[in-house]
Design a protein around this ligand. Sequence first.
Ligand SMILES: Nc1ncnc2c1ncn2[C@@H]1O[C@H](COP(=O)(O)OP(=O)(O)O)[C@@H](O)[C@H]1O
Ligand SMILES: [Mg+2]
Length: 469
Amino acid sequence: MRLALWPRSLASRTILTLLVGFALVQLLGLLVHTVNQMTLERIEQERELATRAIIIYRHVALSPPAARAALLRHETLPDGASVSLTPGPPDRLDTHPLPLAARQIFRASLLAYQLPMRLRPHGVYLRAFGQPPRIIISFGMPDGRLSGRAGTVFGVMRPLLLPRAKQWLTIISPLNPPAPWRSPGFATAFIVMMALGAVMIFWAVHRLLVPVRTLAEAAERLGRDVANAPALPETGPSEIVTAAIAFNTMAGRIRRFVEDRTFLLTAIGHDLRTPITRLKLRAEYMEDEEQRVKMLADLDEMEAMVAATLAFGRDVTTSEPVTRLDLATLLRTILDEAVDGDPAAADRVSYDGPEHLTVNARALSLKRALTNLVGNGLKYGDAARVTLKLLPKGIAQIDIEDDGPGIATEAMEAVFEPFRRLETSRNRETGGAGLGLSIARNILRAHGGDIVLRNLPGRGLRARANLPV
Ligand SMILES: Nc1ncnc2c1ncn2[C@@H]1O[C@H](COP(=O)(O)OP(=O)(O)O)[C@@H](O)[C@H]1O
Ligand SMILES: [Mg+2]
């Protein structure tokens, strides 16, 4: 089942799981604490009620029976309590005995209040009724008689077995239900503990995932620029060190693989040059004029391809340093140089964009890449209109538009492959080896950017290069 709120990133998932678990543990802990607290609070209430009841009792018992009723009106009572003098304990049917623990508390509190012999109650009646419970405490007034059963009078007696006291003092008082969660302390404790826990969880998860992010970045860098990507530091906890070593070993193998391939390419290119030169010399001696011209043209093409291959190999292996350069000036220079090579193109090139835009890049590589794009525009599209823009995300966007036939959608990616030229553009004059776009994209990607081609509505092609500044 997919949960709609289940976040996608590992960090958010871990944080969410830990936070929920932590909150549950917190709540459980607070619940246990609360139950304890409630028990304590109830014991405290029962003890207090017992003490106040016996104070009232003592006060009443000290005065003569006739004066007692008047005295009651001036007693200070617990909240919600009532006191009365009756001939017997209340005769209610809905009462029930108090739990043993509560009885013991009342008994202990009454005994703790040491009354002189003559004031000891004739009997004590202790029951409860209703919900929330109201406690009934009735004292049989001693009325001058000495009780010889001091040790047992505090027992809870059933009404039938009560000795006959003439007057009973009855106090009925509610026990307030304890509500510890209503206290501000409860919520504060929960919030403070959750906040502390959350900070720790965020910190720990962040710490834990730093290596994952580092690894992802390193893989990304390696993909962009195999030759220059720096190695991962092999430090930190053992798992990270293991992963870093494995990653660096893999990067090393890929690098060697690319180097071998480039070496092979340049070696073949290099060795082909001599036989091509020999063939050219031989072709000069061919009898058939037409065949000779064709063969020399083919050999020229082969020579150009070999030269391009060698240049490609050089590009891959050179590691030019990154410097700060003005991209706007670079673009204008490229256009000027294109016009120098072909003065007729002067009114078919244009530059639109800021006067200056500084970027960090490898100057020669970037120039080669952009020159290839401008060259393609002029060769295949008769124009090179360059627009430079700085996007809000810190990305320089270079558009090169032309008026040519564009490229069929299905060939849009294929033209980036080395030596890939489209049939329709096979034309001696253009003379390229099909490496231009492949080299240009390699260079832009090594800078953290990319090139995308797109046909313009109507006619023409737009090559868009992105480059982080
Ligand atoms: N602006 C363009 N308009 C139309 N086709 C293009 C354009 N740019 C490139 N192409 C096509 O893509 C192919 C590959 O280009 P590229 O890699 O620069 O190699 P080359 O220019 O050496 O042929 C070209 O041969 C051409 O067919
Ligand atoms: Mg080209």
